[in-house]
Ligand binder design. Structure first.
Ligand code: F6P
Ligand code: MN
Length: 297
């Protein structure tokens, strides 16, 4: 089944239009990667150096989303202030997750949260979320609150429409993989102890350094991804609005759980657009175990 048909049958009209716009733009972004990997001197609000592809993907998605006439605002990891428009849905996005991995050709991603309130807002205000993988395949994985569904881009003449790969995706019962960001010596000790226990539980370490890629394998194979609390950075690295909450929404729809170490990621009420949080996400039993250890700190 093609994406447009699926969306017509299974999605609210506004989210269907926004998803279609993202799908089309994701192919433009993917096509542009080899041509736009030169460094710019500007930095984004979190202090990371922007590359041309970061700017390109940000502008392309802002344009695609606002031109639907359906969004009230688009907040982005790459912009200090949201772009406002005339519709009613607020979109928070990480337009190119893992962009430091361009040269090494590791997977990249894009993350979108669709909120029913002005931003910043809690994950409980999400009405849908979506992520794109630019890896072996370009895929869209999304939920509008009724299961998680996945599409893959396939060449058809000059175009790359999306075809259905799977509906109602669930985290498998048996957990197989784990991937933790940051340096081991910087993690809080409870995280290091939990990490050491994972091999004993039969899981394998698989880490590519792009949140979307590292989470995507957890959804398929079961397990846990974390960018944990660090001793010197107790609020971690990943942004609540742009990264943690949208992925937590999808993960929960797939039967998993996502925590900040003390409670559900979706319950965080961020006060600023770029607020960060430690993140433990994936199979519910593993996430509860690390949450239990970390919350006793
Ligand atoms: O967006 C931040 C990011 O690039 C994530 O995609 C990734 O999970 C994380 O940083 C990796 O950070 P580190 O290099 O510290 O492990
Ligand atoms: Mn990111």
């Amino acid at each position: 089944m093609k994406l447009d048909e699926f969306l017509r049958l299974n999605a609210p009209e506004d989210l269907a239009a926004l998803t279609a716009a993202i799908a089309k733009t994701s192919i433009d972004v993917w096509d542009s990667v080899p041509f736009k990997s030169g460094l710019l001197t500007e930095t984004n609000p979190s202090g990371e150096t922007q590359k041309a592809i970061d700017v390109y993907s940000n502008d392309a998605f802002v344009e695609a989303l606002t031109s639907t006439g359906l969004v009230a605002e688009v907040a982005s990891e790459e912009m200090e202030e949201p772009a406002s428009s005339k519709g009613s849905v607020s979109v928070a996005m990480d337009p190119l997750d893992g962009s430091s991995n361009v040269e090494t050709n590791n997977p990249l991603g894009s993350i979108f949260g669709f909120y029913s309130r002005k931003l910043p807002a809690s994950g409980r205000r999400l009405v849908g979320a979506l992520y794109v993988t630019y890896g072996t395949m370009v895929t869209l994985t999304f939920s509008f609150g009724k299961g998680v569904h996945r599409f893959v881009a396939v060449r058809e003449g000059g175009a790359m429409p999306f075809q259905l790969l799977g509906v109602n995706l669930r985290l498998p019962d048996k957990a197989e993989v784990y991937g933790f960001g940051g340096s081991r010596r910087e993690w809080v000790p409870e995280v290091a102890a939990f990490w050491h226990s994972l091999e004993g539980k039969g899981l394998r370490n698989r880490y590519c350094g792009t949140f979307v890629g590292d989470y995507n394998q957890v959804l398929s194979r079961g397990g846990i991804f974390s960018y944990p609390a660090l001793v010197k950075k107790p609020r971690g690295k990943l942004r609540v609005l742009f990264e943690c909450a949208p992925m937590a929404f999808i993960n929960e729809q797939a039967g998993g759980y996502a925590s900040d170490g003390s409670g559900n990621i979706l319950d965080i009420e961020p006060r600023a657009l770029a607020e960060t949080s430690p993140l433990y996400i994936g199979s519910a039993d593993l996430v509860r175990e690390v949450e239990n250890a970390v919350s006793k700190r």
